[in-house]
Design a binder for this molecule. Structure first.
Ligand code: DGL
Length: 269
């Protein structure tokens, strides 16, 4: 590993501002760390794009974050984690640590859910990629796995209707499909879904576990930094948030996803 300094920031990126749910989880689990966030709002949504396109966008983002001195990069986006993790891992080499939002969930499945029936909801890309099927099969943990793409959820959440009854109606339509019957736990396989965790819990009447990948990723990142002796000891942390396209609507959404007002800066090279 190249000489990395513990006081360097953590880079986090997503296709847009939805990944701020992950940044929020990281800020809570690692309050002494500085964070640089990049939301690729100019290329949103990734969930409907090809693997090649996503790989191209994310290499440029990684260049940006490395340029800002990131010691570790967290791919907050599920679609990007599915499409580009291997390529980015190769590209970054020993210049920074790299983690995605899928491996932490797999670790949790292996530790807690062997022999169980697990469901996942996510974007079209994440589900089509079959990454979870392949990785779960490799765990050899006797897990029955079903995934469902739920593309209506992102626009409803972005419209701010996550507390409106429309979300319960759409969730009821998706979550009562055959593929998600009799599951023991449901993976929230998209940056946006922590926002509707309560509505999902309500649908299942609290009878199944909801696996929040944002939370799992933040904990894994902390473990990794601890193991590599790269935990920062900053008293004065800095948090910077960049987007590749700026509109007032993104600024409003950013507030919703991060849970507090933040300043978005435009960066588009
Ligand atoms: N960030 C994406 C994900 O987690 C959802 C939004 C998009 O499709 O870009 O898969």
């Amino acid at each position: 590993m190249k000489k990395i300094n513990a006081e360097q920031p953590i880079g986090i990126f997503d296709s847009g501002v939805g990944g701020l749910t992950v940044a929020k989880a990281v800020a809570e689990v690692l309050p002494n760390e500085s964070i640089i966030y990049f939301g690729d709002t100019a290329h949103l949504p990734y969930g409907d794009k090809s693997q090649q396109a996503i790989q191209g966008y994310t290499i440029r983002i990684v260049d940006f974050l490395l340029g800002k001195g990131a010691k570790a990069i967290l791919i907050a986006c599920h679609s990007a984690s599915a499409a580009a993790y291997d390529v980015l891992k190769n590209y970054i080499g020993d210049r920074a640590l790299l983690i995605n939002v899928i491996d932490p969930v797999l670790q949790l499945l292996e530790e807690k859910y062997a022999g169980k029936s697990i469901g996942l909801i996510g974007t079209k890309f994440t589900v089509w990629s079959q990454i979870y099927q392949r990785r779960i099969a490799a765990l050899d943990a006797n897990i029955v796995f079903q995934a469902l793409s739920t593309p209506l959820l992102v626009p409803i959440i972005e419209e701010g209707l996550f507390k409106h009854q429309v979300i319960d109606l759409v969730l009821a339509e998706y979550l009562s499909r055959f593929s998600l019957q009799n599951i023991d736990a449901l993976i929230l396989g998209c940056t946006h879904y922590p926002i509707i965790k309560q509505a999902i819990t309500r649908f299942f009447q609290g009878k199944i576990d909801i696996i929040d990948s944002a939370q799992a990723a933040a904990i894994t990142l902390k473990e990794l930094l601890t193991e590599q002796q790269l935990l920062a000891d900053n008293i004065k942390t800095s948090r910077k948030f960049y987007v590749s396209d700026y509109t007032p609507a993104f600024a409003e959404l950013a507030k919703m996803f991060f849970g507090e007002g933040i300043n978005l800066e435009l960066y588009n090279q």
